[in-house]
Design a protein around this ligand. Sequence first.
Ligand SMILES: [Zn+2]
Length: 132
Amino acid sequence: MLVVDPWHWLDANGDLPTDNLRLRRQMLRIARFIEYGGPLKKLECRETLMECRKRPCGKPCTGLMWVAKTERDEIQAFCRVCGNDEAAVHNWHETEWANGMMEAVPINFDGTDNDRDPAPPSSGPPQSSTAN
Ligand SMILES: [Zn+2]
């Protein structure tokens, strides 16, 4: 089982690493465990939509990962089909994903409030130019 302190993999701002893609993928999987498991109360668990990565007997496990909040407030990720104990995550409380999914926001990609790339300048309805 992998014991993870996400701050060993995140950058100083708590963002996903961008220079090491393997580490980024690994951290993204941990971030999903945090997003699913962070809002749980102690000794609660839930199923996720994340596939188990184990290959028992050479075949991919068809199980979905579960997350549980332990009595010590760690997030454990495990598969109930093959029994894979994949990870135990501690020190997750200050990460961006600790409170679950992001809040819903109105669709407004023209503004600067959304944490997305700015819309290309050509987007939006065509401007009428009858005033020539
Ligand atoms: Zn499994």
